[in-house]
Design a protein around this ligand. Structure first.
Ligand SMILES: CC(=O)N[C@H]1[C@@H](OP(=O)(O)OP(=O)(O)OC[C@H]2O[C@@H](n3ccc(=O)[nH]c3=O)[C@H](O)[C@@H]2O)O[C@H](CO)[C@@H](O)[C@@H]1O
Length: 507
């Protein structure tokens, strides 16, 4: 282990020796922990990190200067649409996606290193359950969609296939996530096909460029953003693991969208048939200030301008047809070829921009008291997963209907949008629509038939409660055989047992 003297002189070189100012107060164990943490910080890298953070912060926060003149919507030839295409084209994309899945060439990669601060939970967001009748968590819904898409691809092509699940965690989420998966028997996935790995952490820094101590014996560290993915892939030889398994295409997604279609065959097929090396699913933005990034071009190059970096004036611009000019909302669902990820991790990762987030960071004051600041006092630096789009040779965007594919869980129920209630309703409304399309009718508790309406009731709920397990239907397919002409009492859960009961008997 490094000595106190070694660490002290390294910190002096980095201009950060205040990190040892409580050394004399510490007992042997916290001393050892602090030394270990500090010894892992490279002095030159630390000095540069602190200088960059405070320099970036001294620039005006918010919208990027001169953006308006450099920004353009994506050219139409780069954008495909799941809704504005003919049935035959959609069928071809889907078939191609299933073919690649059946050949074991597709993996999914979950970005799950975030802290869920806005939702206000101390555990990983994937462990959250939004109050569905089944009480399933986001992780369970995702695991079951993987199992179903494997099954569908296998049935179509007569193979037994695997979609490996890579999960990027951080110091905050790794331990609880592993424990949760073990407790739930990996939701009946083979643990060998669930690969958890950890992203790096970066120190939080004051506006004056000093690393913050969150306790006398602990530096305030935060995950390096979801763009930390590329360093983490290299740190843990994840691309080598993918290569061993024959994976060519990777669907990267964020944890909190309850409607996420893992390894969506239509999206994968679209990207593969277009010869794309990089792609993004988008939805039409709901309103100008919606907190989603805009997929567009900056200086003629595909990029995402994050919601925190676009001005209200630009976000509100209207096109010729009256719709928002920049209406392609990023839903953090990306397609990458393994080859592209390989080039990014080897060549482009160091070029990724560091974005500055000004946050309230708890710290110890000069007297050693713990302070929870009321105003932002620190800078966290993050890389963004989509900042690699600019390096793609053939970038495409793929537009999907919001009500079928996007309802993010960002906030607690105290907020009016993107909260547990809106997520739960989005899923239940979708399943209700699927059931109606399959020919079901719903009855209330007294056996009276409920009116059929595809919209929500004024309280935001669908007219009947219906939840369908992903193990029975991934995107609404195959439900007629269970539901055609059935009168179902609300609430109704179509799980595997119920499906067996409803299955037409073969004579
Ligand atoms: C940078 C980024 O992608 N921004 C997108 C993200 O915004 P948003 O600001 O909502 O992003 P979040 O902070 O929720 O992070 C997105 C995902 O990245 C993960 N994460 C985050 C930080 C980290 O260090 N490690 C990590 O793995 C989170 O666990 C989450 O799964 O989702 C929105 C859609 O819902 C998009 O419109 C935004 O353009």
């Amino acid at each position: 282990m490094a000595s106190e003297q070694d660490v002290r002189s390294k910190l002096q070189r980095a201009g950060q020796d205040h990190l040892l100012r409580f050394w004399d107060d510490l007992a042997p164990e916290p001393r050892a922990a602090l030394l270990a943490e500090l010894a892992s910080l490279e002095p030159d890298v630390l000095r540069e990190h602190c200088q960059r953070a405070s320099a970036a912060c001294s620039l005006a926060p918010g919208p990027l200067p001169d953006l308006a003149a450099r920004l353009q919507p994506l050219p139409p030839e780069r954008v495909g649409s799941a809704t504005r295409c003919d049935q035959e084209t959609r069928r071809r994309w889907e078939e191609e996606g299933f073919r690649q899945i059946a050949l074991n060439k597709v993996a999914v990669l979950l970005l799950a290193g975030g802290q869920g601060t806005r939702l206000g939970v101390t555990y990983p967001k994937g462990m959250y359950q939004v109050g569905l009748p089944s009480q399933k968590t986001l992780y369970q819904l995702q695991a079951e969609r993987i199992r179903r898409v494997e099954q569908l691809a296998g049935q179509r092509l007569g193979t037994h296939c695997t979609v490996p699940w890579y999960i990027m965690t951080s110091e905050f989420t790794l331990g609880p996530t592993i424990k949760f998966f073990k407790e739930h028997d990996f939701f009946h996935l083979d643990p060998a096909n669930v690969v958890l790995f950890e992203q790096r952490m970066l120190p939080a820094v004051t506006f004056e460029g000093k690393t913050i101590l969150e306790r006398k014996d602990k530096v305030a560290m935060a995950p390096d953003g979801n763009g930390g993915l590329y360093r983490a892939l290299a740190d843990h030889q994840i691309l080598e693991d993918m290569e061993r398994r024959g994976v060519e295409f990777v669907h990267v997604y964020c944890v909190d969208n309850i409607l996420v279609r893992l390894a969506d065959p239509v999206f994968i097929g679209f990207c593969v048939l277009r010869g794309a090396d990089c792609g993004a699913k988008v939805v039409e933005k709901a309103y100008p200030e919606e907190p989603v990034g805009v997929v567009c071009q900056v200086d003629g190059v595909p990029q995402v301008v994050e919601y925190s970096e676009i001005s209200p004036e630009i976000a509100g611009l209207r096109g010729a047809g009256g719709g928002l000019l920049y209406n392609t909302g990023n839903i953090c669902n990306h397609f990458f070829t393994r080859d592209f990820l390989d080039v990014v991790t080897r060549e482009f990762e160091p070029l990724l921009k560091l974005h500055v987030a000004v946050k309230k960071v708890p710290y110890v004051d000069e007297e050693g008291n713990l302070v929870k600041p009321l105003k932002p006092n620190g800078i966290k630096m993050e890389k963004f997963v989509f900042d690699v789009f600019q390096f793609a040779k053939n970038f495409v965007a793929f537009e999907v209907p919001r009500e079928e594919e996007f309802s993010p869980l960002k906030n607690a129920d105290t907020a009016s949008t993107d909260n547990p209630s809106t997520s739960r309703r989005a899923l239940l409304a979708q399943h209700y629509r699927w059931a109606l399309q399959a020919g079901a009718h719903f009855l209330d508790a007294h056996g009276v038939q409920l009116p059929e309406q595809s919209g929500l009731l004024p309280n935001g709920d669908p007219p009947a409660i219906c939840e369908i397990t992903p193990l029975v239907s991934y995107s609404g397919e195959g439900l007629e055989m269970y539901l055609q002409g059935r009168k179902l009492q609300s609430p109704f859960i179509l799980d595997e047992d119920q499906a067996r009961l409803l299955q037409p008997q073969k004579c």
